[in-house]
Design a protein around this ligand. Structure first.
Ligand code: FES
Length: 101
């Protein structure tokens, strides 16, 4: 799947992968702002992204645990996801994710 990240300075980077989580993919490609401090267990929110509205049907909605974490983040909105919780697969090909502040 090809996934596009837009970092806070407006830079757009498209990377491709076929397994693991979106957070791991971002880290592998040194996408700025995706730290993944907790290693992907949904407890740090350093992998926060905003999914492009038209792509939400591909990524699905945040889980309850994920929403609880996002509630603590002032920058969260209805399109927020913790990208360690998004699995890389063909189902999300073409999605655009904006790295949160
Ligand atoms: Fe920590 Fe996603 S990497 S919540």
């Amino acid at each position: 799947a090809n996934i596009t990240f837009i970092t806070t300075d407006g830079t757009s980077t498209t990377v491709s992968g076929n397994s693991g989580s979106v957070m791991e993919l971002a880290r592998d490609h040194s996408i700025e702002g995706i730290l993944g401090n907790c290693g992907g267990v949904c407890s740090c929110a350093t992998c926060h992204v905003h999914v492009a509205p038209e792509d939400v049907r591909k990524t699905g909605e945040a889980s309850e645990i994920e929403r609880d974490m996002l509630e603590l983040d002032d920058n969260a909105d209805e399109y927020s996801r913790l990208c360690c919780q998004i699995v890389v697969s063909d189902a999300i090909d073409g999605v655009v994710l904006r790295v949160a502040e």
